[in-house]
Write a protein that binds this ligand. Structure first.
Ligand code: ZN
Length: 160
């Protein structure tokens, strides 16, 4: 018998769904960030998601991050997870995470779970969006805003 039963898989999915709903209902690090040094806006017209990401960088470290805006549960949960993950990270590592997460969610890294570092474990909660191409943009929006903010691009990033 397999160690993982179908029942366990269902539970796992429930766990992930709970994580998404939890972050969507009570987003972490929500609101404007005082003393932000980097910011970028992300817009997903297809779904109506609109958020702004704030970061305070000290040299090459992300000291603090927050976001504000509104959108669907997936976009808000993804932004909330993002801020949780990047606070305290060196910028090059955050950019690596951006590359890993966007590749993962767009399916370019499908089947190679080993390439996803344990620090990004929670992002697995968003894996379900791969089956829904229109929702992938909701999940990656905050990450594109992160990339844009780090590179100091002032124009809003749009998924379109
Ligand atoms: Zn959305």
């Amino acid at each position: 018998m397999s160690a993982v039963t179908l029942h366990d898989v269902d539970e796992l999915r429930d766990l992930y769904r709970e994580l998404i709903l939890d972050h969507a209902r009570s987003p972490r690090h929500f609101g404007k960030l005082d003393g932000a040094t980097h910011t970028a806006e992300g817009i997903n017209p297809l779904c109506g998601d609109k958020l702004r990401l704030y970061m305070r960088l000290d040299d090459d470290n992300i000291e603090d991050a927050s976001f504000e805006g509104s959108g669907c549960a997936i976009s808000v949960a993804s932004a909330s997870l993002l801020t949780d993950m990047i606070i305290g990270l060196p910028v090059p590592q955050a950019l690596e995470f951006f590359a890993t997460v966007t590749a993962r969610l767009t399916g370019r890294q499908a089947g190679s779970d080993d390439a996803t570092p344990p620090e990004l474990d929670k992002i697995r909660a968003l894996d379900g969006v791969r089956e829904f191409p229109s929702r992938v943009k909701c999940a990656t929006l905050a990450w594109h805003a992160l990339n844009s903010a780090i590179h100091g691009e002032s124009a809003p990033v749009s998924t379109e």
